[in-house]
Design a protein around this ligand. Sequence first.
Ligand SMILES: O=C(O)COP(=O)(O)O
Length: 226
Amino acid sequence: MLDIDGTLTRDRGVDELEPEAVRAVQEARGRVLIGIATGNAMIVAKSLARYIGIGASAPIIAENGCLISIGGREEPLCSRSVKELGVELARRLGLSLSYQFNCRSFDAAFEITGDEDEMVRRIRSAIKEMGEEAQVESSGYAIHVMPPGVSKSTAILEVCRRLGVDCGDVAYIGDGRTDVEAVKAVGWGVAVANAVPELRGVARIVTKSPSGRGVAEFIREHVLGR
Ligand SMILES: O=C(O)COP(=O)(O)O
């Protein structure tokens, strides 16, 4: 399973895909089942899956675990949306909602417009003051406000169950804080070289190369055995 931002890209904090990662994914498709697990909206993840060549029917986890798609069929795993809470937080704290807001179903994401740790603290304390419950975490690309209890890892376990796959045989590659539980949930938790220290600390493998070149390195060394 592949994270998108900071993982398939050239570096953390940039949006351009790393061509080497796309090439390696295309070399490995058909040999192993490749999917995506992201904080992005489902439409973004499906479009990317299509254009990097694994197809929109690949297993996809979107909105940090709130939505899954297997064989093209989408299903929600969250029952409660925090979008309205997101709108209220944006109003109170003067935050900018992510460009994907209208395409999201359950989770709200804000643009990072200042120090991300400070933004996370402010949003957490506003949620507490409002007497609401939600998780707040930064992916390095957006600050996500998520329904309680959900994470990429809960969705990965569900996707493994539905596909009849042992999660011990699954690899997950990521770079950020929203990837920590996912890396712990699979047999092959991989952090790219430039991942946040929290993720490198729990990963079974830390690649030598950063972001997308780290993905290519892992696929070629551990999946294709070159
Ligand atoms: O949606 C984001 O903020 C980043 O998504 P990611 O989970 O693919 O890194």
